[in-house]
Ligand binder design. Sequence first.
Ligand code: 16G
Length: 260
Amino acid sequence: MSDAADQIFATLKQSAQSGAPLYLQLRKSIEDAVNRGLIGPGDALPSERDIATKADISRVTVRKAVQDLVKGGILVQRHGSGTFVAPRMERVEQSLSRLTSFTEDMARRGMAVRSAWLDRGLYAPSPDEMMVLGLSSSELVARVARLRIANDTPLAIERASLSASVLPDPAGIGSSLYAALELTGNRPVRAVQRISAANLGDSDAQLLEVPPGIAGLHIERISYLASGKVIEFTRSIYRGDAYDFVAELRLTGPSEEGRP
Ligand code: 16G
């Protein structure tokens, strides 16, 4: 790392004549070092004190530059262990024409999938859940909320709600909700998905390990059984820097116009 640090400060000295504020010069030097691969994803940045001493600038200046780069998603700070170059995100291209599960999507790409539980249990349904799932106020809703992680990178927060009559034991689903539904003949066959832009709030950003306020995707999926009954109502937040949703469009003939 000391080689990389020396390189950063070499660049800083080269640009020191430019007259731009020092923190902007330092920010640019670190950014250049990342772009040129001198320091790579996951590498630790030298401590604030080391940078300040080597570059002969104040710690306040270093802090300002580093904070800017953290806000921009170029560096990440982990409490207690320091500042690191942010992991490079491979974007996931996700078709909007197939009804697949997160586990299947990631496994197809050869990625290792895991989830961290945020919530699982039976609750009195919210008005939204009652309306979408067709529940009465005396029935219970099963909630399954998970942070979905692929190759150790958190990609999405998914909060699924289902009628407790189809999922009486939400803690028992194992690693895949759709696999659990398949076992009881309740795997959805059709879904309507609504995608909208969202800026990530503090707690979602923290879970997804991105700076607060950056762009994300809010996705609502309502899934149906072959009988037409709604089986799943899931609201998710996906990382905007990780996903491309791709839809294939076809020219419709006059006979198909107006068909859903
Ligand atoms: C997908 C679905 C989600 C579903 C989950 C099941 C979107 C936006 N969401 O991530 O609605 O609950 O798959 O995954 O596509 P699992 O079977 O791996 O638990």
